[in-house]
Design a protein around this ligand. Sequence first.
Ligand SMILES: C[C@H](O)CC(=O)SCCNC(=O)CCNC(=O)[C@H](O)C(C)(C)COP(=O)(O)OP(=O)(O)OC[C@H]1O[C@@H](n2cnc3c(N)ncnc32)[C@H](O)[C@@H]1OP(=O)(O)O
Ligand SMILES: NC(=O)c1ccc[n+]([C@@H]2O[C@H](COP(=O)([O-])OP(=O)(O)OC[C@H]3O[C@@H](n4cnc5c(N)ncnc54)[C@H](O)[C@@H]3O)[C@@H](O)[C@H]2O)c1
Length: 309
Amino acid sequence: MAQLTQVSRFSTSAANMIKKITVIGGGLMGSGIAQVAATTGHKVTMVDTSEDILQKSVKSIQASLARVGKKKFANDEAAGKKFLEDALSHIKPTVNIKEAVKDTDLVIEAIVENMDVKHKLFRELDQAAPQHTIFASNTSSLPIGKIAEVTSRKDRFGGLHFFNPVPMMKLLEVIRIPETSDETYKKLLEFGKAMGKHTVECKDTPGFIVNRLLVPYMMEATRMLERGDASAQDIDSAMKLGAGYPMGPFELADYVGLDTCMFIIDGWHKDYPENPLFKPVPLLQKMVADGKLGRKSGEGFFNYKKSSM
Ligand SMILES: C[C@H](O)CC(=O)SCCNC(=O)CCNC(=O)[C@H](O)C(C)(C)COP(=O)(O)OP(=O)(O)OC[C@H]1O[C@@H](n2cnc3c(N)ncnc32)[C@H](O)[C@@H]1OP(=O)(O)O
Ligand SMILES: NC(=O)c1ccc[n+]([C@@H]2O[C@H](COP(=O)([O-])OP(=O)(O)OC[C@H]3O[C@@H](n4cnc5c(N)ncnc54)[C@H](O)[C@@H]3O)[C@@H](O)[C@H]2O)c1
């Protein structure tokens, strides 16, 4: 608390603010982060592993921008079109990581939730990025301190945890590790505000604030379904109509991605085997093994394939 108060007494000069950002991973989260950064005046480079994937990312950004633009400029079609074109012109998709980070102020990593894969990426980034570049991970569940271990810039490292869908969800969890410098932390908080997000601070603990509460809840719902206590539809209806949640636990798990949910819970179980809240869920593991990853694969707890909609 004292640390944060001290940090917020300073404000970054305009020349020192984060303007150029690189988002690594153009999936669900990376494309949303790139989109919002572009509409809030940042120059964005978005990196993924193939041109095909990048094309899909750009398409999903276009669709989302069209939804935002339609609302924002309800009576002015030309202004909506300009909004979409301006935002897209601020996003450069590329597969070339070295080129992407050569003069960037901030790298936000949003690739698969796997420590070895993230380590491999950050080792490469640490070699390629200039000294001043700050690194941040959007990890849902992995310790930021452990991800940062493979870099030589722990003072310029933090967590920026966005929520899905990024254009709609107002929250941003900003995480510092003991080595994060005040200057870095201040810049991350200011960047979050510049993105139009409400920032909250949390220690580098499993799941930070939201996922530490939300993921055990989604897993408990899955155990309830496994026991046959109620159907997925009825559990979802109950939580929407009885607890006021915008989505029930299964609609939400499908939205987040069942692979991501499984990586989170299995990872926590490995690190904290005694915690009953983190016990793996066989039904979830089976669905992922069967390729049922939720909306992104067309099927999860519910079916999203066009023929059935
Ligand atoms: C696991 C991770 O680490 C952490 C996480 O991210 S956990 C997941 C956190 N996210 C949530 O909990 C999401 C819960 N769900 C919701 O808040 C809402 O269901 C929702 C905002 C996603 C969609 O809202 P809903 O009313 O159900 O559907 P819908 O009518 O389609 O959308 C509402 C508005 O949002 C807009 N919208 C939804 N998704 C959008 C997107 N991706 N891009 C742009 N606009 C979008 C729609 O255009 C619509 O706008 P309108 O009100 O002007 O018509
Ligand atoms: N899905 C959510 O609701 C959510 C919310 C908050 C945070 N997160 C976290 O964000 C991260 C990404 O999740 P997601 O749901 O966007 O995943 P996703 O599977 O939709 O996207 C990941 C993207 O990263 C790309 N990628 C993988 N390795 C790469 C590499 N070495 N270089 C460049 N690109 C690479 C993949 O091709 C893919 O397009 C994870 O750490 C996840 O835990 C997810």
